[in-house]
Design a protein. Structure first.
Length: 406
């Protein structure tokens, strides 16, 4: 008789955004006349930039011609894209990362879930709390998190680093020493971040502790402040302790296109074992390369036209972020984030739980957001709104929220 992976049985409920989608679908079915505004999942709404569409059309034509047709992509990524990433995301920022340290993938979600596979089951993970739920869930599936305490909503073998109003949403070094440290900066869901100097402290800490930092930079394009690092590799010593995950979803609107990459420096070693070689082995075995058309689209992100168009797109969403932040502040809410990230993090009014606020906001205002507790226990009492809606919908949602006396 076969056995299942029992670790899956430990996972409470369904994936956060699936739960929300189900709740919204039930509400819409019961209230077919209500018009819902969705500021829940961080999904983009603006169309792909013209430079990207042009590159995709050209690549499609190449695929229709025997002379330029491509089959399997190289498993680690086409050189044209790896070189463009190395040049624009790293060399231009003074970071020492070469093209062959970049592994192209179908997105940062899969990479952030898969990266734990190359680490031992006995490792102790540390996560910011609240944070993107994929880090913890994927480690639950791998059996690394111990048992779940339903009351406290915590895992016995996970080190939580609370990021709350009281500490300015800055993770503090934990009392117990972790082996794997997940940092998402700017942070999803709080929309807050730390300075370059603070990030350097984390790099120094990890090198001293013999820990690895898994650094998710999905929201890097939204950084507006000077003293915030765009890559962990801006920090001294990061090549011996860090892996960086990057996405094309938020900076270029690829949520439905799917493209990302992971940087594993060659100096990152556990004893004599190269993690770069391990990830290359894993990637080569389990992944057949992101599609040619999509990688050409990714290359266009770095063209002068692509860069200019995407700068405008990011500015569009950040205008939404500013509108939500200012509007909610005027309405008396305590509001965070929205300066270096497209997420607004607010304290729920009247001491409502995150899910209570989700329900009243949906029922009374017809606005969908994301309950903070879905991102970890310290998210309880908070709520996330995304700036990825259209400007019109964002203003309409804001008006609806302002009208409510919660
Ligand atoms: C979010 O809403 O937190 C993200 O969009 C989800 C994701 O990137 O997978």
């Amino acid at each position: 008789m076969y056995k299942i992976n029992e670790n899956y049985q430990k996972l409470p409920g369904s994936y956060l955004f699936s739960t929300i989608a189900k709740k919204v679908a039930a509400f819409t079915e019961a209230n077919p006349d209500r018009e819902i505004i969705r500021l829940g999942i961080g999904d983009v709404t603006q169309p792909l930039a013209p430079a990207i569409i042009e590159a995709m059309h050209k690549a499609v034509d190449e695929m229709g011609n025997a002379a330029t047709f491509r089959g399997y992509a190289p498993d680690l990524g086409y050189d044209f894209l790896r070189n463009a990433i190395a040049e624009h995301d790293y060399k231009a920022r003074g970071c020492d990362i070469s093209a062959d340290e970049i592994f192209v993938s179908d997105g940062a979600k899969s990479d952030s879930a898969n990266i734990q596979e190359i680490f031992g089951a006995e490792n102790r993970i540390a996560v910011c709390d609240p944070v993107y739920p994929v880090y913890v869930d994927s480690n639950v599936m791998a059996g690394r998190t111990g048992m779940y305490d339903r009351e406290k909503e915590i895992w016995s073998n996970v080190i939580y680093m609370p990021c709350i109003m009281e500490n300015g949403f800055v993770p503090e070094f934990p009392e117990e020493t972790p082996d794997m440290i997940y940092l998402c900066l700017p942070n999803n869901p709080t929309g807050t971040t730390i300075t370059r100097a603070q990030l350097q402290e984390w790099v120094d800490y990890a090198n001293k502790a013999g820990a690895v930092i898994i650094y998710d930079g999905a929201y890097e394009a939204y950084i507006s402040e000077e003293d915030v690092a765009h890559s962990i590799f801006e920090c001294r010593g990061a090549r011996t302790c860090a892996i960086e995950l990057k996405s094309f979803s938020k900076n270029a609107g690829f949520t439905g296109v799917r493209l990302g990459y992971t940087v594993v420096p060659k100096e990152l070693k556990c004893g004599n074992v190269s993690l770069h070689q391990m990830w290359a082995r894993r990637h080569g075995t389990k992944f057949n390369g992101a599609p040619y058309i999509i990688q050409r689209a990714g290359e266009a992100v770095y063209s002068p036209e692509g860069k200019a168009q995407l700068k405008e797109q990011v500015a569009y969403y950040m205008k939404n972020a500013a509108a939500i932040k200012n509007g909610l502040q005027k309405a008396g809410y305590s509001v965070f984030g929205g300066v270096n990230a497209p997420y607004i993090w607010l304290k729920t009014p009247g001491n409502m739980t995150s899910w209570e606020f989700f329900d009243v906001l949906l029922e009374q205002a017809g606005v969908v957001g994301t309950p903070g507790s879905g991102f970890g226990p310290s998210g309880e009492g908070y709520f996330r709104l995304t700036a990825f809606g259209s400007y019109e919908n964002t203003l309409a949602a804001l008006e609806r929220i302002q009208k409510q006396a919660f």
